[in-house]
Design a protein around this ligand. Structure first.
Ligand SMILES: NC(=O)c1ccc[n+]([C@@H]2O[C@H](COP(=O)([O-])OP(=O)(O)OC[C@H]3O[C@@H](n4cnc5c(N)ncnc54)[C@H](O)[C@@H]3O)[C@@H](O)[C@H]2O)c1
Length: 408
């Protein structure tokens, strides 16, 4: 039986990996050890999993002792490269959460380490498994709108979900590479995958005018805030699972999960507008808004043979999209409109996509006709757009990916 270990035991690490491995995949693989800089949080793997999993004080010691086949990396984004490279050097395959990493240098280093090791890095892009996006992929592959000429893509994060990125480590660029890397990596990967093309050049603008020090009534954190009864963004960290995962583990590392979203410390954008040129010639306009009254996305592909467009709302806001939500519309050049009611999200994490990808990750997949399993290259291309956008905003210029990625 293959031996797995995991580094990073936060909400994603436990709910998305450790717990399901123990409870659903124990006939196929064994979780032989976990490591996190917060040992208390790492110990919660045994609590949630219901069986004792060894907690290590040191990542290298875990590798030496267990000699795992595969290492799962679910730490904060900026540490992914550190553990991915160590795991490869120890002769292990790696499963790493999105974004693969946060800078061009780190991405190149992962690629180099992978090539040297002869082992394999898989980047987890669970949205490729969402039934809705699978339908879009199949339609795009069928050539229903011909060659794609342009893409218009809007992703909206509600103030329920979007605000959460401004409470935690994500709000510091150094940790997450900004939302353009941390969050948009999902979106850029979808477009790269739908188009089966590579981005070559990026131009971007970004601002932060909603979160950050935009109001006087702010504090260090929600728990002790004097405005907690009136602030519409108050987060109760006593609510499970936040109490166990974060509040009760704070004394071990000082990770505060409910920091004020109006803090001066925040240095990432909350509104971005990005233009991308693809190798085969398609152009994309993309925007991410992290402070919307509702959550969802709209996308339109304009092709030589017509247009394909759809809208997808987060289930909490489905009512707002009545009539257009989950509907794929295709317009041909003869004036016909075809409407396809795409499959609804399934039960489970991220519309059922987590369950599907886990089967491939933990049992293995012999066939992958839609190319859903993502490798280092796909990881690099999706973050490449976000990182190039960061450079574009900083240096006020158009940025080409091959300035940073060689031989891809
Ligand atoms: N694919 C998805 O849909 C999805 C969803 C959520 C999170 N994620 C990804 O999962 C990862 C974890 O996110 P999360 O929401 O669980 O965050 P989290 O803050 O809950 O967990 C991060 C964990 O990393 C640990 N950590 C931080 N620095 C470390 C270090 N130097 N060494 C070892 N451990 C360290 C922290 O103690 C914490 O336990 C991120 O990369 C995120 O992008 C992916």
């Amino acid at each position: 039986m293959k031996k797995f270990v995991q580094v990073g035991c936060g909400i994603r690490g436990i709910e998305g990996y450790a717990e399901p491995i123990i409870k659903e995949f124990s006939e196929h693989i064994q979780l032989c050890g976990v490591y996190d800089i917060n040992k208390k949080r790492a110990a919660l793997v045994s609590y949630y999993g219901g069986v004792e999993v060894p907690v290590y004080d040191d990542f290298d010691e875990m590798l030496r002792e267990v000699k795992p086949d595969t290492v799962i990396v679910t730490t904060k984004d900026s540490m992914h490269d550190f553990y991915v490279i160590k795991a490869l050097e120890a002769g292990c395959d790696v499963i790493v959460e999105k974004p693969m990493t946060t800078t061009f240098d780190k991405a190149n280093a992962i690629k180099e380490a992978e090539e040297k090791s002869g082992k394999k890095v898989t980047v987890v892009f669970n949205l490729r498994y969402l039934p809705f996006f699978v339908t879009v992929k199949e339609l795009m592959r069928s050539g229903v709108i011909g060659e794609v000429l342009s893409v218009h893509f809007e992703w909206l994060l509600s103030t329920h979900h979007g605000a959460d990125y401004f409470r935690r480590w994500h709000r510091i660029r150094e940790n997450s590479g900004s939302l353009l890397v941390h969050k948009s990596t999902h979106h850029f990967d979808l477009v790269n995958w739908f188009l089966e093309d590579d981005p070559v050049a990026v131009n971007a603008f970004g601002t932060r005018r909603f979160y950050g020090p935009t109001r006087e009534k702010r504090s260090e954190r929600c728990l002790t805030c004097e405005y907690k009864t009136t602030c519409e963004y108050f987060l109760d960290i006593h609510e499970p699972p936040m109490d166990k995962l974060y509040l009760e583990c704070e004394d071990a590392d000082g990770y505060i999960r409910d920091k004020c979203i109006f803090s001066e410390e925040i240095d990432i954008e909350d509104s971005v507008s990005v233009n991308v040129l693809y190798k085969k010639g398609a152009v994309m306009s993309y925007s991410l808004t992290a402070h919307s009254p509702y959550e969802g996305m709209r996308i339109a592909f304009n092709g030589t043979g017509g247009r394909l467009e759809f809208c997808k709302m987060d289930r909490r806001y489905a009512e707002f999209g009545k009539g257009i939500n989950n509907v794929i519309s295709i317009f041909d050049r003869e004036g016909n409109k075809t409407v396809i009611n795409a499959p609804q999200d399934a039960e489970g994490g991220h519309g059922g996509s987590d369950e599907k990808i886990r089967k491939n990750l933990f049992i293995g997949c012999t066939e992958d006709p839609l190319g859903q399993m993502a490798d280092t290259r796909a990881g690099m291309m999706s973050i490449g757009i976000g990182m190039a956008a960061n450079v574009s905003m900083k240096e006020n210029r158009r940025v080409c990916l091959d300035e940073f990625y060689k031989d891809l």
